[in-house]
Design a protein around this ligand. Structure first.
Ligand code: MN
Length: 181
């Protein structure tokens, strides 16, 4: 192969790798438990996602603005600010308000579910997380036009509440899988 041929081939390879990287969806994981964070990061990377991470709520806002993730996994109990408050702030911010947010918490009480809804999160997952459920919820928020998802299940105009319920109804599809506590 000629010198320019090699160069062209190398250029082509570079372009292909670049495009593959471009297609990877980026997920911001906000989690202050380092073991959970490492597990989630590993799990998501294995499934082809690019992962941004932080253990702080305020930092999550900066990273969301700068990094424009496709989705955010939001722990609620954080050391500096409640994850629901972070969610509220992100949903009020022009730069970040369209990013889907999945709230993840051990505080799976009715009161917290209501607070989760009020904060504007798109789905709510209780710990311990089943991995199948987590991946399906992520995929449903990333790949579906929310109104299209909703229309399959609910025979009326979609609201953010419907979107939340649809994502949550995926629970149970993944019983018996590995769990993150
Ligand atoms: Mn936490």
């Amino acid at each position: 192969m000629s010198r320019s041929g090699y160069r062209d081939a190398a250029e082509k390879t570079k372009t292909r790798v670049y495009q593959e990287n471009e297609k990877r969806k980026r997920i911001l994981v906000v989690e202050d438990n380092q073991i959970n964070l490492a597990l989630l990061k590993q799990l998501l990377e294995v499934h082809g996602y690019e992962v941004l991470e932080t253990s702080g709520g305020w930092e999550a806002i900066d990273i969301a603005r700068d990094g424009q993730p496709d989705l955010i996994l939001m722990d609620i109990r954080l050391p500096d600010i409640c994850g629901l408050e972070v969610t509220r702030l992100l949903k009020q911010d022009e730069q970040t308000k369209t990013i889907p947010i999945i709230a993840v918490t051990a505080l799976a009480t009715a009161e917290y579910e209501k607070k989760g809804l009020e904060s504007g999160c798109d789905a709510y997952i209780a710990k311990p997380i089943t991995l199948g459920n987590l991946l399906r919820t992520i995929e449903s928020l990333l790949t579906s036009v929310p109104s299209a998802v909703v229309s399959q299940h609910i025979d009326r105009s979609p609201t953010s509440t419907d979107r939340y319920q649809v994502a949550n109804s995926l629970e149970g599809l993944a019983r018996g899988q590995r769990r993150i506590n």
